[in-house]
Design a binder for this molecule. Structure first.
Ligand SMILES: O=P(O)(O)OC[C@@H](O)[C@@H](O)c1c[nH]c2ccccc12
Length: 260
């Protein structure tokens, strides 16, 4: 079994556990009673200029523990103060050492829109994301069908949540477009073997129609990488490890933006 299949299986297991504590019906009712998120995540990315989605991530299956000290709310506030347009929060507990609690606390502490970074495999996780305060969810093409993606986008639409649809190859980009994605993330990391190739973003750029927002994800570590992505018209970059390892996150972000 690939790591991706294990991650998806474990997400299904977590969902079943969640449902035992709180039924889908109950969770859905709460989520739908909360204020509409008005697509604030994609609207933040739509504004002119390249947007930065800065990620709070303690560990990953490819890197192991990235930082031992993880004051996640403080990190998120630092990102916000440094001008991050959006924040991504890992909630996957086993391999990424994330937590729903982190998302809830961060979303409550910052005013920029937050993405729930997890392996969405059930509508339950989308309602849960809204209840936790997220403005967006991740939909990974390689663990979902086109129909599921389409259905999950409709669920997001009801709550004004944005769906970042992640693709890694040609087939998946086509799938994302056909499923009606308005926001596509090209993952430069292959989640099956962890190889990173930032050229992935360049390779698939032209497959993405102009009216769909384009996010380049993973392995972005220098101002040069960012400059290249800006040149091909990326709407946003999603950066985790580079920022997590930086002692001064504000300065690092400014350097990546090319303003210092
Ligand atoms: O830490 P990096 O290389 O900057 O990558 C961030 C982000 O793209 C990565 O965490 C990611 C991209 N797609 C995912 C899917 C699940 C979990 C994590 C991810």
């Amino acid at each position: 079994m690939t790591i991706l299949e294990q991650l998806a299986d474990y997400a299904r297991e977590r969902t079943e556990q969640g449902k035992r504590k709180r039924s889908l019906e109950e969770l859905k009712k709460q989520a739908l009673s909360l204020p509409d998120k008005k697509f604030e995540f994609e609207n933040a990315i739509k504004r002119p200029g390249l947007s930065f989605i800065c990620e709070c991530k303690k560990a990953s299956p490819s890197r192991g523990i990235i930082v031992h000290d993880f004051p996640y709310v403080q990190i998120a506030k630092e990102y916000e103060a440094a001008g991050a347009e959006c924040i991504s929060v890992l909630t996957e507990p086993k391999w990424f050492l994330g937590s729903n609690e982190y998302l809830k606390r961060i979303a409550g502490a910052v005013s920029v829109p937050c993405l729930r970074k997890d392996f969405t495999v059930d509508e339950y996780m989308i309602y849960e994301a809204r209840v936790l305060g997220a403005s967006a969810v991740l939909l990974i093409c390689s663990i979902l069908s086109e129909r599921q993606i389409n259905e999950y986008i409709s669920i997001c639409d009801e709550m004004g949540l944005s769906a970042l649809v992640e693709a890694h190859d040609e087939r998946e980009v086509t799938m994302a477009v056909q499923a009606g994605a308005r926001l596509i993330g090209i993952n430069n990391r292959n989640l099956k073997d962890f190889t990173v190739d930032t050229h992935n973003s360049f390779r698939f750029r032209e497959m993405i129609p102009g009216d769909i927002l384009f996010v380049s994800e993973s392995g972005i570590s220098t101002g040069h990488d960012v400059k290249k992505l800006r040149e091909i018209g990326a709407d946003a970059v999603l950066i985790g490890e580079t920022l997590m390892r930086a002692e001064h996150k504000g300065a690092k972000l400014a350097g990546l933006r090319g303003v210092i």
